[in-house]
Design a protein around this ligand. Structure first.
Ligand code: HEM
Length: 126
Protein backbone atom coordinates (compact mmCIF):
# COMPACT_ATOMS: atom_id res chain seq x y z
CA UNK A 1 0.00 0.00 0.00
CA UNK A 2 1.65 3.24 -1.10
CA UNK A 3 0.89 6.35 0.98
CA UNK A 4 0.25 9.74 -0.64
CA UNK A 5 3.46 11.13 0.87
CA UNK A 6 5.52 8.37 -0.73
CA UNK A 7 4.38 8.85 -4.29
CA UNK A 8 7.03 11.46 -5.08
CA UNK A 9 9.75 9.08 -4.00
CA UNK A 10 8.34 6.45 -6.39
CA UNK A 11 7.77 8.48 -9.56
CA UNK A 12 10.09 11.46 -8.91
CA UNK A 13 10.05 14.88 -10.46
CA UNK A 14 10.42 13.27 -13.87
CA UNK A 15 7.27 11.22 -13.39
CA UNK A 16 5.18 14.27 -12.55
CA UNK A 17 6.77 16.13 -15.45
CA UNK A 18 5.75 13.33 -17.82
CA UNK A 19 2.22 13.20 -16.47
CA UNK A 20 1.55 16.91 -16.57
CA UNK A 21 3.13 17.40 -19.97
CA UNK A 22 1.00 14.54 -21.37
CA UNK A 23 -2.05 16.30 -19.94
CA UNK A 24 -1.27 19.78 -21.28
CA UNK A 25 -0.29 18.45 -24.70
CA UNK A 26 -3.99 17.70 -25.22
CA UNK A 27 -5.39 20.98 -23.89
CA UNK A 28 -4.94 23.45 -26.78
CA UNK A 29 -6.95 21.37 -29.27
CA UNK A 30 -9.68 20.45 -26.76
CA UNK A 31 -12.96 22.22 -27.55
CA UNK A 32 -14.01 22.58 -23.88
CA UNK A 33 -10.71 23.04 -22.06
CA UNK A 34 -8.69 24.84 -24.74
CA UNK A 35 -10.66 28.10 -24.50
CA UNK A 36 -10.66 27.98 -20.67
CA UNK A 37 -6.90 27.73 -20.37
CA UNK A 38 -6.29 30.18 -23.22
CA UNK A 39 -2.89 30.02 -24.84
CA UNK A 40 -0.92 32.83 -23.33
CA UNK A 41 0.66 31.00 -20.39
CA UNK A 42 0.25 27.26 -20.88
CA UNK A 43 3.85 26.68 -19.88
CA UNK A 44 3.26 28.53 -16.62
CA UNK A 45 0.06 26.55 -16.06
CA UNK A 46 1.97 23.33 -16.63
CA UNK A 47 4.57 24.33 -14.07
CA UNK A 48 1.93 25.27 -11.47
CA UNK A 49 0.09 21.94 -11.75
CA UNK A 50 3.35 19.99 -11.70
CA UNK A 51 4.72 21.82 -8.65
CA UNK A 52 1.38 21.46 -6.87
CA UNK A 53 1.33 17.69 -7.42
CA UNK A 54 4.96 17.33 -6.37
CA UNK A 55 4.19 19.16 -3.13
CA UNK A 56 0.91 17.29 -2.54
CA UNK A 57 2.52 13.88 -2.99
CA UNK A 58 5.58 14.26 -0.80
CA UNK A 59 8.10 16.25 -2.81
CA UNK A 60 9.70 19.67 -2.27
CA UNK A 61 7.26 22.52 -1.47
CA UNK A 62 8.21 24.93 -4.24
CA UNK A 63 4.52 25.34 -5.14
CA UNK A 64 3.79 26.72 -1.67
CA UNK A 65 6.87 28.93 -1.75
CA UNK A 66 5.76 30.50 -5.01
CA UNK A 67 1.98 30.44 -4.81
CA UNK A 68 1.11 30.13 -1.11
CA UNK A 69 -1.77 27.98 0.13
CA UNK A 70 -3.36 26.20 -2.86
CA UNK A 71 -7.00 27.27 -2.18
CA UNK A 72 -7.98 25.38 -5.31
CA UNK A 73 -11.70 26.12 -5.17
CA UNK A 74 -11.05 29.82 -4.91
CA UNK A 75 -8.44 29.73 -7.68
CA UNK A 76 -10.87 27.95 -9.99
CA UNK A 77 -13.81 30.24 -9.19
CA UNK A 78 -13.22 32.40 -12.27
CA UNK A 79 -13.49 29.37 -14.58
CA UNK A 80 -16.98 27.98 -15.22
CA UNK A 81 -16.69 24.30 -14.26
CA UNK A 82 -19.78 22.13 -14.73
CA UNK A 83 -20.04 18.33 -14.80
CA UNK A 84 -19.11 18.06 -18.49
CA UNK A 85 -16.01 20.23 -18.12
CA UNK A 86 -15.03 18.27 -15.04
CA UNK A 87 -15.49 14.98 -16.92
CA UNK A 88 -13.42 16.23 -19.84
CA UNK A 89 -10.56 17.26 -17.52
CA UNK A 90 -10.61 13.76 -16.05
CA UNK A 91 -10.70 12.19 -19.52
CA UNK A 92 -7.53 14.05 -20.53
CA UNK A 93 -5.87 13.22 -17.22
CA UNK A 94 -6.83 9.53 -17.57
CA UNK A 95 -5.10 9.45 -20.95
CA UNK A 96 -2.05 11.16 -19.47
CA UNK A 97 -1.99 8.59 -16.64
CA UNK A 98 -2.24 5.69 -19.10
CA UNK A 99 0.66 7.14 -21.04
CA UNK A 100 2.80 7.69 -17.93
CA UNK A 101 2.87 4.03 -16.92
CA UNK A 102 3.22 4.47 -13.17
CA UNK A 103 3.08 1.50 -10.81
CA UNK A 104 -0.53 0.31 -10.50
CA UNK A 105 -1.00 1.45 -6.88
CA UNK A 106 0.34 4.92 -7.62
CA UNK A 107 -1.90 5.21 -10.65
CA UNK A 108 -4.95 4.16 -8.62
CA UNK A 109 -4.20 6.72 -5.90
CA UNK A 110 -3.69 9.53 -8.37
CA UNK A 111 -6.84 8.63 -10.30
CA UNK A 112 -8.90 8.74 -7.10
CA UNK A 113 -7.35 12.02 -6.04
CA UNK A 114 -8.02 13.66 -9.42
CA UNK A 115 -11.59 12.38 -9.55
CA UNK A 116 -12.55 13.71 -6.12
CA UNK A 117 -10.69 17.00 -6.46
CA UNK A 118 -12.23 17.67 -9.88
CA UNK A 119 -15.71 17.02 -8.47
CA UNK A 120 -14.97 19.38 -5.58
CA UNK A 121 -14.10 22.11 -8.11
CA UNK A 122 -17.49 22.02 -9.86
CA UNK A 123 -18.93 25.50 -9.43
CA UNK A 124 -21.94 25.53 -11.73
CA UNK A 125 -24.61 23.31 -13.29
CA UNK A 126 -24.19 21.68 -16.69
C1 HEM B 1 -12.36 20.12 -12.96
C2 HEM B 1 -11.80 20.58 -14.08
C3 HEM B 1 -10.68 21.59 -14.05
C4 HEM B 1 -10.60 22.68 -14.84
C5 HEM B 1 -11.57 23.08 -15.95
C6 HEM B 1 -9.40 23.40 -14.46
C7 HEM B 1 -8.96 24.58 -15.05
C8 HEM B 1 -7.88 25.30 -14.63
C9 HEM B 1 -7.42 26.51 -15.26
C10 HEM B 1 -8.06 27.15 -16.50
C11 HEM B 1 -6.36 26.95 -14.57
C12 HEM B 1 -5.51 28.20 -14.84
C13 HEM B 1 -4.21 27.77 -15.46
C14 HEM B 1 -3.04 28.49 -14.85
O1 HEM B 1 -2.53 28.05 -13.82
O2 HEM B 1 -2.65 29.49 -15.44
C15 HEM B 1 -6.12 26.01 -13.49
C16 HEM B 1 -5.13 26.13 -12.55
C17 HEM B 1 -4.82 25.16 -11.65
N1 HEM B 1 -5.46 23.96 -11.48
FE1 HEM B 1 -7.13 23.37 -12.44
N2 HEM B 1 -8.78 22.75 -13.43
C18 HEM B 1 -9.52 21.62 -13.16
C19 HEM B 1 -9.23 20.66 -12.24
C20 HEM B 1 -8.11 20.65 -11.46
C21 HEM B 1 -7.75 19.58 -10.55
C22 HEM B 1 -8.51 18.28 -10.37
C23 HEM B 1 -6.61 19.97 -9.93
C24 HEM B 1 -5.80 19.25 -8.89
C25 HEM B 1 -5.35 18.08 -9.06
C26 HEM B 1 -6.24 21.27 -10.44
C27 HEM B 1 -5.14 21.98 -10.06
C28 HEM B 1 -4.81 23.24 -10.51
C29 HEM B 1 -3.70 24.03 -10.01
C30 HEM B 1 -2.72 23.61 -8.91
C31 HEM B 1 -3.71 25.23 -10.71
C32 HEM B 1 -2.77 26.43 -10.51
C33 HEM B 1 -3.33 27.30 -9.37
C34 HEM B 1 -2.46 28.51 -9.12
O3 HEM B 1 -1.45 28.38 -8.40
O4 HEM B 1 -2.81 29.60 -9.60
N3 HEM B 1 -7.18 21.66 -11.36
N4 HEM B 1 -7.06 25.03 -13.56
Amino acid sequence: MVEDGEIYSVVGERGFERLVSAFYRQVPQDDLLGPLYGDEDLQGAEQRLRDFLIFRFGGPPSYIEQRGHPRLRMRHARFPIGQSTRDRWIELMDRALNESRFPVEVEAKLRAFFASTATFLINQPG
